[in-house]
Each structure stands twice: as structure tokens, then as C-alpha cells.
Write a protein that binds this ligand. Structure first.
Ligand code: NAI
Ligand code: DQA
Length: 272
């Protein structure tokens, strides 16, 4: 996606996968990878699960958003310094704005309080969600995330809740954002009971492989306004591309290319 957009713009750009599993390294080796990338002249890196927090001590500076979120997915090397940014939250915010404009944001339920859920929660509150209820099988994690958001956005804006309360909370909600692995090819299924989906509830899924998850399919069939996970995946890349190059990419072109990519076979991961 990055390379194809750069080709379109006439930029020379190499985007390489450095996979710790393939290298036989633990997640804690992220600092070594960062140092190696800097040494050999990379302009920056995207960082993914489970290294978005582990990378923090290896950075010289954080953008205010990355600092607030305590997670980095984009590192830019500039003037000898490694600067951490977070484009997951801005990517979700832009995808949401584009895909579900005018969606009611009075009461929103977020299912999943992991790394992606934290970025999505930051985006939802930044976009104006009045009351966000965060539900996770790990109720302590949901509570911690709600507490951290409360410190930044105001104590009454975010609450952690246990899965047993999901039915009641969803009945009163304007929208649902799904941020657990359910629905991915390796974890098929529906994360909430279909009986809880009604036409006046908007539904956003962040799972993007496949784009058409069981949740997206079911919610659409039941008449909900629906957003799939492709927009977040693309717009985080759009924001990272701009940070790496200083050039504004064509977001709609990247979205079209991404849709083509996810429809195809998975990547062939090899290091030689
Ligand atoms: N569209 C995009 O750009 C992105 C999409 N993703 C998607 O988001 C998913 C989550 O990613 P991360 O937050 O990094 O994973 P994570 O493992 O950090 O967090 C997942 C959270 O979901 C919770 N959970 C799992 N099953 C649950 C259930 N049935 N009910 C309630 N909570 C449950 C877990 O306890 C955990 O807190 C990924 O599997 C991926 O599909 C992730 C990153 C970017
Ligand atoms: O988590 C993700 C996914 C990603 O690693 C990818 O594979 O596209 C790119 C990261 O910037 C983003 O935060």
C-alpha cells in the first residue's frame, strides 16, 4: 500500500516487513530492531502488536497524542532523533468521520480494551462521544482504560464494564465499536448476540481481514449503518506516509488499493 502510493507519486520508497517471529526474536528485541533500522538509514518504522508500548523507552521524543495514549505505531528518524507518533487513533477518527458522518455519539459501546481499543477510545472521545462504555472479558483492563481516559477527557465520559452488562448497555446505545479479534479469519464468529443489533444502532468493526466480518454482514442485513475495519487500516497508513515523507498521499487511491489487497491471498513472509 505504501510502495504503490509512492510509485503513483513518483517517490522512491521501500517499505519492508521486519518480523520478530521470523527473526526468532522476542517482542522485547524491538529496541534492537529500532537501533538497527536507524543505523542502516531507514527514515522510520511502523510498529505493531505487541510492541507498541515496548518501543517507548527506546524513543527520544513522543508526539503529544502518543504520549497521552502511551502507545506508538509510527517512529520517524529526524535530525538524529527517534520520534514516536500514534496514527491508529487519527486513522480511526478519519475513517469514522468519512464512513459514518453525523452518527449519533451520545452513548457508545466499545467492545475490546486492548491496544487497538485504546486508540479507538481516544478517537471516539476526541470526536465528541459523550458517554463511552468499555466492555472487555478482562474487566480490570476495561476499568484501567476508562480510568486513563477519564484523566484526559473527564471522569464521567468513560466507564469500564463487564461482559454481563453488555445487553443492557447496548440497548441504550447509539453505536457499537468492535475491537476484539473475533471475526478474524483465525477467530470466526459474532462478538455480540445478533438479537442486540437493531436498525438504529450504528456498528463499526475494526477487524479488516476479512473486511466483511460476520458482525459487518449481520449488522448490515439487520439494517444498521455499518463501517468496516478497512478505513482505519488505510488512514493510519495515510498519516504515517505523510510523517515519513512530508508528502500528502491520495487517501482514496490508497483505500481502493487496500481493498484490492485484502481480497487477495495473504502475504508470503520470508526473510533471505
Ligand atoms: N483496522 C485496523 O487498522 C486495526 C485492526 N485491528 C484489529 O483489532 C483487533 C484487536 O487488536 P488489539 O487491540 O491489538 O488486540 P489485543 O489483544 O491488544 O486486545 C484485544 C482485547 O479484546 C479482549 N477480548 C477478546 N475477546 C473478547 C470478547 N469476546 N469480549 C470482550 N473482550 C474480548 C481481550 O481481553 C483484549 O483486551 C485485532 O485482532 C485486529 O483484528 C488491530 C489494529 C489495527
Ligand atoms: O497495527 C497496525 C497494523 C500495521 O502493522 C500493518 O500491518 O498494517 C501497521 C501499523 O502502523 C498499525 O498500527
Amino acid at each position: 500500500m505504501h510502495e504503490r502510493e509512492a510509485d503513483e507519486l513518483g517517490l522512491r520508497y521501500l517499505y519492508r516487513r521486519l518480523d520478530l517471529d521470523v527473526m526468532g526474536q522476542p517482542a522485547t528485541a524491538v529496541g534492537d530492531v529500532l537501533a538497527a533500522a536507524r543505523l542502516v538509514g531507514y527514515d522510520g518504522l511502523n510498529v505493531t502488536h505487541p510492541c507498541k508500548q515496548l518501543v517507548l523507552p527506546h524513543l527520544d521524543e513522543l508526539s503529544p497524542d502518543a504520549e497521552a495514549l502511551g502507545a506508538v505505531n509510527t517512529v520517524v528518524f529526524r535530525d538524529g532523533r527517534a520520534v514516536g507518533h500514534n496514527t491508529d487513533w487519527s486513522g480511526f477518527a478519519r475513517a469514522f468521520d468519512r464512513g459514518l458522518p453525523d452518527a449519533a455519539l451520545d452513548r457508545v459501546v466499545l467492545l475490546g480494551a486492548g491496544g487497538a481499543g485504546a486508540a479507538v477510545a481516544h478517537a471516539l472521545l476526541t470526536l465528541g462521544t459523550r458517554r463511552l462504555t468499555i466492555v472487555d472479558v478482562d474487566a480490570a483492563r476495561a476499568g484501567e482504560l476508562a480510568g486513563a481516559l477519564g484523566d484526559r477527557f473527564g471522569a464521567d465520559r468513560a466507564t469500564g464494564a463487564a461482559p454481563a452488562t453488555l445487553d443492557a448497555t447496548l440497548r441504550e446505545a447509539d453505536g457499537l465499536v468492535h475491537a476484539t479479534p473475533t471475526g478474524m479469519a483465525a477467530h470466526p464468529g459474532l462478538p455480540v448476540d445478533a438479537a442486540l443489533l437493531r436498525p438504529d444502532l450504528w456498528v463499526a468493526d475494526i477487524v479488516y481481514r476479512p473486511l466483511e466480518t460476520e458482525l459487518v454482514r449481520t449488522a448490515r442485513r439487520l439494517g444498521c449503518r455499518v463501517l468496516d475495519g478497512g478505513g482505519m487500516a488505510v488512514f493510519q497508513a495515510v498519516d504515517a506516509f505523510r510523517l515519513f515523507t512530508g508528502v500528502e498521499p491520495d487517501a482514496e487511491r490508497m483505500l481502493a488499493h487496500f481493498t484490492e489487497l485484502v481480497a487477495g491471498p495473504g502475504p508470503d513472509v520470508r526473510i533471505s
